[in-house]
Design a binder for this molecule. Structure first.
Ligand code: ADP
Length: 256
């Protein structure tokens, strides 16, 4: 019976390993498929803003300046919007390749969050594409931090972008920032938007994951923003967490 028990245990171990292998292969496949979808989609999406900006610029080149200032501003605005769209897409591509680079390094510098936030919020109001209310709740204490300024701004940008994207027009978005009793910096971005079901709240930080809404045209995105946020805040030895209730809203908090 000793031999039988041993064979049984070996069989269990083998089955488990086999199951694990199959699962890993399948996961790898879907990730590979998602990567290729991403490359196809994003290459396609890069073409549109370039074509539109070309057309607007062409119109400007053939434009008689004395003619109509309003019309000229319209074309200039189109160029501006398309350039913004392009830079957003390029950022997504970079964030994808960044985590694969072995040579990736942060470039820390010391700066004050009180200097960073107002400009960041202003930028988001401008590029939101819909009326938004963003409120900053920050104590005028010393909030100097040492971090990679570019990546840190990108982390916050992604959270504010999402808060706007997944909220109705004119809904409040609040950015809180404080230093905790233990000296940690805590920043949270709250919205009153769609919210995220409890069983999806861990998945949203995965590469390419988007909560299925049934309507793929609802919002644009690749499911990379929060993956970037998590990867980057962890590189800063920090954490990101989410509290959310469907239909009520979400709060994303980073601590570091
Ligand atoms: P993207 O917004 O490009 O899809 P993200 O990685 O930024 O990618 O977010 C992943 C998913 O998490 C989103 O597709 C959305 O379903 C959900 N999500 C993120 N932020 C919010 C938010 N503030 N409110 C509701 N859902 C959100």
């Amino acid at each position: 019976s000793g031999i039988l028990a041993t064979s049984f245990i070996i069989l269990i171990i083998l089955s488990f390993s086999f199951w694990f292998l199959i699962r890993t292969i399948l996961r790898q496949k879907t990730l590979e498929e998602m990567k290729s979808d991403f490359t196809n989609n994003i290459t396609h999406e890069l073409k549109t803003p370039i074509a539109v900006a070309y057309a607007a610029n062409d119109a400007l080149l053939n434009f008689n300046l004395a003619e109509d200032k309003k019309q000229r501003d319209k074309y200039l605005n189109i160029c501006q919007e398309q350039l913004q769209r392009l830079s957003g897409l390029v950022e997504q591509i970079l964030s994808m390749s960044m985590e694969r680079r072995k040579t990736f390094r942060l470039h820390p510098e010391t700066f004050n969050l009180c200097d960073l936030f107002p400009a960041l919020i202003e930028q988001h109001k401008l590029k939101a594409g819909k009326p938004v209310k963003i409120r900053l709740d920050i104590k005028p204490e010393d909030l100097a931090i040492t971090a990679d300024r570019t990546h840190f701004s990108n982390i916050l940008s992604n959270l504010i972008d999402n808060a706007i994207k997944y909220s109705p027009e004119e809904a409040d978005v609040v950015v809180h920032c404080r230093k905790t009793e233990t000296g940690q910096i805590e920043i949270s971005v709250s919205d009153h938007g769609t919210g995220i079901p409890a069983d999806k709240q861990l998945l949203i930080f995965d590469k390419f994951y988007r909560v299925p809404t049934g309507n793929i045209h609802n919002t644009k995105g690749y499911g990379l923003g929060l993956f970037y946020v998590k990867t980057m805040i962890e590189k800063h030895n920090g954490t990101v967490t989410v509290k959310s209730e469907p239909g009520k809203g979400s709060t994303f908090t980073i601590r570091f």
